[in-house]
Ligand binder design. Structure first.
Ligand code: NOJ
Length: 533
């Protein structure tokens, strides 16, 4: 059971994953959209952060209806981002800098412009018809059942030529592949091989828990907890479209393909409760994903007690399952964590992410404290927002705005004349990499101090985790220990100073407030402190 836990840790266990949203990192072409050459240029900065791997959101050929999560050719780069040669240069530079490269693999659906779907549309006799999921209308006509799209509206669209509906869990331009078809699975496995042969070290796997649907195509039951105004997708319980047993089998097969190559990994996007999440790590005999993404820090209330309760449960359950833990505070689908937890708690959250036991994933810009950028409806481009105007929080543009590099026009993201594809933050002239490089007390340098501590103190990476009792509900305290090292992390979630008494002895390694208080000094409001006993 301890396959992942014994011996040397793998890079995806000891390391930190850094997510880049390519449209928003660095534009070199002057079209206002980031590109591969831009990312390559910025890789020395990425390496300077002390992270281990870059994960790129999709860069494949795409009509960009869902900004690349609608893939028209899995084995080519979209011209907006560059060429296969540009990608080779990116991989070479990353590897030269000691960084791993992870791609975003989107197996659940293609673009409607993919040649496979175009062939399937030719009719019921098409050789690729069964590569997608088709149903006849309900007996009286109309939709085959009540399944819903994540982006609002039904998960079915009629193909008028054949009179059948096809399934799409996202946009109508994102038809679901039929993973029950073994020929589809082989074609999609070949995509993994294609990129691994080009040096790719790992994959983030898009909506991996959605691959299969129940074959009976029954209506999903109403969700009794849903309230009008919440996104429509949540109005039913997804008992037939998510987390199906067949999906687990397909992932085992996918893992075998990864294991044809040395030292590769995959992290699966899975929004499920803990008891359904951990099985996605598989077993020693039948492994599945290396890391099932743990999004609970995003979903839990920002509350020391709730987070302690979850962290304790997750740590124990991961051990029991032989799974390596991981933590996420932000990604391209979630509002920026600084906006969620508030500026006062920003460093407390960053410290938590980088000191809990397990692999942290960091979203670009969070290391300099980027916040959500308000996007008026007229400027919105995200289909999740445009299709659900009654649920304003559904739009994901605010967390996808261009990286803030310096105080020049367009913040150094693109040329001064260009129009960035999304507006820059209003505070980009103050909150940017250049300004923070120059300030030893900046958020950027605090982030680096945290990654340096992970490098200097193995207890933060491989040590045991144990939470500690304090008399305060708004303090989270835990230790990370190896046989020779004992570190204590103290996080004050509240606005009051807290005297922790005998809990703290030793010396302070780092305080989020930028000074070096005595270990035993009261924990100040909103302070994160790391102590060596
Ligand atoms: C999950 C991705 O993270 C999201 O951005 C995308 O819209 C959907 N999957 C569809 O691929």
């Amino acid at each position: 059971m301890t396959q992942h836990l014994s011996g040397e840790l793998k890079w995806w266990q000891s390391g930190i994953i850094y997510q880049i949203y390519p449209r928003s990192y660095q534009d070199t072409g002057g079209d206002g959209v980031g590109d591969l050459r831009g990312i390559t240029q910025r890789l020395p900065y990425v390496a300077s952060l002390g992270v281990t791997a870059v994960w790129l959101s999709p860069i494949f050929k795409s009509p960009m209806r869902d900004f690349g999560y609608d893939v028209a050719d899995y084995c080519d780069i979209d011209p907006l981002f560059g060429t296969l040669d540009d990608f080779a240069a990116l991989v070479a530079e990353a590897h030269r800098l000691g960084l791993k490269v992870m791609l975003d693999y989107v197996p659940n659906h293609t673009s409607d412009e993919h040649a496979w779907f175009q062939e399937a549309l030719r009719g019921k006799d098409s050789s690729k018809r069964d590569w997608y999921v088709w149903r006849d209308p309900a007996p009286g006509g109309g939709l085959p059942n009540n399944w819903k799209s994540f982006f609002g509206g039904p998960a079915w669209t009629l193909d008028p030529a054949s009179g059948q509906y096809y399934l799409h869990q996202f946009l109508p331009t994102q038809p679901d592949l039929n993973w029950r078809n073994p020929v589809v699975r082989q074609a999609m496995f070949d995509v993994l091989r294609f990129w691994m042969k080009r040096g790719v070290d790992g994959f983030r796997v898009d909506v991996i828990w959605l691959l299969a649907e129940d074959e009976r195509f029954l209506d999903e039951p109403a969700n009794p907890d849903w309230k009008p105004g919440e996104v429509e997708h949540n109005s039913v319980l997804h008992v037939y479209t998510q987390d199906q047993p067949e999906t687990h089998q397909y992932i085992r097969e996918m893992r075998q393909v990864l294991d044809e190559f040395d030292d590769r990994m995959m992290v699966g996007e899975i929004y499920l409760p803990l008891d359904q999440l951990l099985p996605y790590a598989g077993t020693p005999d039948a492994p599945m994903v290396h890391l099932p993404f743990n999004f609970h820090l995003i979903q839990l209330p920002w509350d020391a007690h709730a987070i302690r309760e979850f962290a304790d449960r997750y740590d124990a359950a991961s051990r029991a399952a032989g799974a390596w833990p991981n933590w996420v505070l932000g990604n391209h689908d979630q509002h920026r964590f600084k906006s969620r937890v508030g500026a006062a708690q920003y460093r407390v959250a960053q410290t938590l992410l980088l000191t809990l036991r397990g692999t942290p994933t960091v979203y670009y810009g969070d290391e300099i404290g980027m916040q959500d950028v308000p996007i008026p409806f007229e400027q919105m481009v995200d289909p999740a927002g445009l299709q659900q105007p009654d649920s304003p929080a559904a739009g994901r543009d605010p967390e996808r705005t261009p990286m803030q590099w310096d105080a020049s026009p367009n913040a150094g993201f693109t040329s001064a004349q260009a129009r960035p594809w999304l507006p820059l933050a209003g505070d980009a002239a103050e909150i940017n990499v250049a300004a923070q490089e120059a300030d030893p007390r900046s958020d950027l340098n605090y982030f680096r101090a945290l990654t340096r501590l992970r490098a200097d103190f193995p207890a933060l990476v491989r040590g045991e985790y144990r939470s500690l009792d304090t008399e305060f509900d708004d303090v989270l305290a835990f230790e990370r220990t190896t046989a020779t090292e004992q570190l204590v992390v103290l996080l004050n979630f509240g606005p009051l100073a807290r005297e922790l008494g005998s809990l703290v002895s030793g010396s302070t390694l780092l305080s989020s407030l930028g000074d070096q208080p005595e270990a035993a000094a009261p924990l100040r409001p909103n302070e994160a402190r790391i102590i060596k006993r």
